[in-house]
Ligand binder design. Structure first.
Ligand SMILES: Nc1ncnc2c1ncn2[C@@H]1O[C@H](COP(=O)(O)OP(=O)(O)O)[C@@H](O)[C@H]1O
Ligand SMILES: [Mg+2]
Length: 471
């Protein structure tokens, strides 16, 4: 025999326990079996009590009958003493084939032994059976007091009859067994039906499990909710919803990659052409022109690449969420400083309006800065030269409010939802761009738990309002 070491056995035990607690079927069956065992134990006890009581009762009846027969046989003789001839029938009624021994004792009210065993114990009460010990035997005994014809008014005799337990216990065993087997059969039948019911009830769930398990990685079409019971249909609907979301996400991802590739390919092709032209050009001026165009295309690709990178960083789950406390006014001031040169170049009046009190929010500082850069960049880019761009920071109720207002062409209402989509640009938009700016803005704002809306500025043009939870 192989000697297993204790840790291995312990590991197997804990694995078995965890298999039990993690399996629905094992758990249900364990509960049914535990209930059955409990029911059988209770049944064992209760049927014993009933059998015991019945056997006692029957024995007591026989004892009483026997005592009565003995008492009836008592006579008073001429000298006034009580005489008795024990009728054999009184003792024969205990002869049931179990080898029981019978004892009796007849005494007068004044304590004279008339017949029987002088040392037989006396029960405490009349006509009530008691379990006692006599010499070395366990006995069941009963006492009866009865007046005797011929004695004066106090002339009663007490007849005590006792019998060993053999027949009583045999009867108790028989009653117990028959009662117990009947109940056991019922309990087992109930258990069996329950287990079959559970098995049948669980079948659809297992079928669902197999259906999910057998699916390939790419199969995301909905499962049929009718394959499980009513109570479980919400689970199937939730699964289907989830798969639909995954499907949409995958489609969006595919669209995004192909869009990005297209966006990169056009300027890259242009760069290639421009480089060939520059290489071929012999005239210095023409070559400089070609090189300037080349630089501009390169800038465009670089910008596109960095926008893609920013967008991917702004997506949920791509960065560890940072919780800096940021003063929005300060961030706005810094962003305007970096963009001041561009504003100056296009002769745009770039202003900042801040409230007296600091406007603090919690979030990822780098990403919030990117958001602001994109908004101000758009305003500067799409507003005609000589225009006006104002950035404002303040509170609106509990929220922090950031707005960017320009007096450019604005965005028609019909397109305000779409401009947040990736790569979406309004047709006819001249200045170069990728269509990713507002998509980045929305990702950042969503990530910070805020909201962004587009509206009309007072002097025509676009008003972008961003609301963020203030701290
Ligand atoms: N301040 C603005 N004024 C007018 N149009 C704007 C403004 N900001 C954005 N737009 C429009 O929304 C479109 C999407 O903007 P965006 O996502 O930043 O991409 P991009 O600026 O790279 O084109 C732009 O193409 C432009 O037509
Ligand atoms: Mg933009």
């Amino acid at each position: 025999m192989r000697n297993e070491d204790a840790p291995a056995r312990k590991g197997r035990m804990s694995r078995a326990v965890s298999a039990l607690t993690s399996s629905l079927r094992a758990q249900l069956f364990a509960w049914v079996v535990l209930t059955l065992i409990g029911a059988i134990c209770v049944n064992l006890y209760l049927s014993f009590r009933t059998a015991d009581a019945t056997a006692n009762l029957v024995t007591d009846r026989t004892l009483l009958a026997s005592a009565r027969v003995i008492a009836e046989a008592a006579r008073v003789d001429a000298s006034g003493t009580v005489q008795i001839d024990i009728p054999p029938a009184a003792l024969e009624m205990f002869d049931t084939g179990y080898g029981d021994r019978v004892f009796y004792q007849v005494v007068t009210a004044w304590g004279n032994l008339v017949a029987g065993f002088p040392d037989l114990p006396r029960p405490k009460r009349d006509m009530i059976g008691e379990d006692r010990t006599f010499r070395t035997d366990g006995i069941r005994m009963l006492m009866l007091s009865q007046p005797v014809v011929g004695l004066d008014q106090h002339g009663t005799i007490s007849v005590a009859v006792a019998v060993t337990h053999n027949s009583q216990y045999a009867m108790r065993r028989r009653l117990w067994l028959s009662d117990f087997t009947k109940q056991l059969a019922l309990v087992l039948l109930a258990g069996l039906v329950t287990i079959i019911g559970l098995q049948r009830g669980l079948t659809p769930v297992l079928r669902l499990r197999d259906a999910v398990r057998e699916r390939g990685r790419q199969r995301l079409d909905p499962l049929d909710p009718h394959m499980v019971q009513n109570e479980l249909r919400p689970l199937v609907h939730a699964l289907n919803d989830h798969m639909e979301r995954v499907q949409n996400q995958m489609a969006a991802q595919r669209r995004f990659v192909s869009n990005a590739a297209h966006q990169l390919r056009t300027p890259l092709a242009l760069i290639s052409t421009q480089a060939s032209v520059a290489a071929r050009e012999t005239d210095d001026r023409s070559r400089d022109e070609a090189l300037t165009a080349l630089r501009s295309s390169t800038r465009q690709v670089t910008r596109l690449a960095s926008q893609l990178l920013t967008l991917s960083r702004a997506e949920p789950g791509s960065r560890r969420p940072r919780n800096d406390t940021i003063d929005l006014a300060q961030t706005a001031r810094r962003v305007l400083e970096t963009l001041a040169e561009e504003a100056l170049r296009r002769n745009i009046d770039l202003g900042l309006e801040t409230s007296e009190t600091p406007v603090r929010i919690e979030g990822d500082g780098t990403m919030l800065r990117e958001m602001l850069v994109n908004l101000v960049d758009n305003a500067l880019r799409y507003t005609q030269a000589g225009g006006r761009v104002t950035v404002g920071v303040g509170h609106e109720g509990d929220a922090a409010l950031l707005w960017v207002e320009d007096n450019g062409p604005g965005i028609p209402e019909a397109e305000r939802a779409q401009v947040f989509e990736r790569f979406y640009r309004i047709i006819g938009t001249e200045p170069e761009g990728s269509g990713l700016g507002l998509a980045i803005v929305r990702e950042v704002v969503d990530g910070a738990g805020g909201s962004v809306t587009l509206g009309d500025a007072a002097g025509g043009g676009l008003l972008v309002s961003v609301r963020l939870p203030a701290v």
